[in-house]
Design a protein. Sequence first.
Length: 178
Amino acid sequence: MESRFKSMSGKLALFAVMTAVTVVANLIMVPMPQPLAQYDASPVLIYALGVLLDPLMAGATIAAAMGIGVSYKMITFGFPPVFVVGAMLVRGIEAILISYLVRMRKGDSPKAVSRWEITAMIVGCVWETVGFLSLDWVLFGPGLALIDLATLVDLIFVPVAIAVVVAVRSRLGIYRLT
């Protein structure tokens, strides 16, 4: 079960498509109090792509998508520019962390999602919370930064990401995209 995206053009196409899909998920949002600003659907793709892509591709895809999506929100909704950098940094590292962790162990089944992969998604969510909390603590102070603890609710997207990974593996007949 080898990847179909070995060539440079295949990887570039995969990067472009996954970035675009993640931007769309980032723009599906529910407003939240500052400094959270909004709650979006991009964690589904952060978790799924973290499992399916190699660390470099996962991090670059998510960072680029966050840069585009949050920049659009900055222009349209007046989000502070620091949100762009923060989202790219924290969520890009999150995707790299998940991807790195899942590659530490070989999965049990080529179509199922292992417990280790699910654990990696949960660790990624915890990193996201700690990352945003740390940045906002410095930028906005402890009072507003503690609101970032609410990003742990992103764990509700883990079952959806599991379904996405299973569907991709089953439909494409591959274990990883890269």
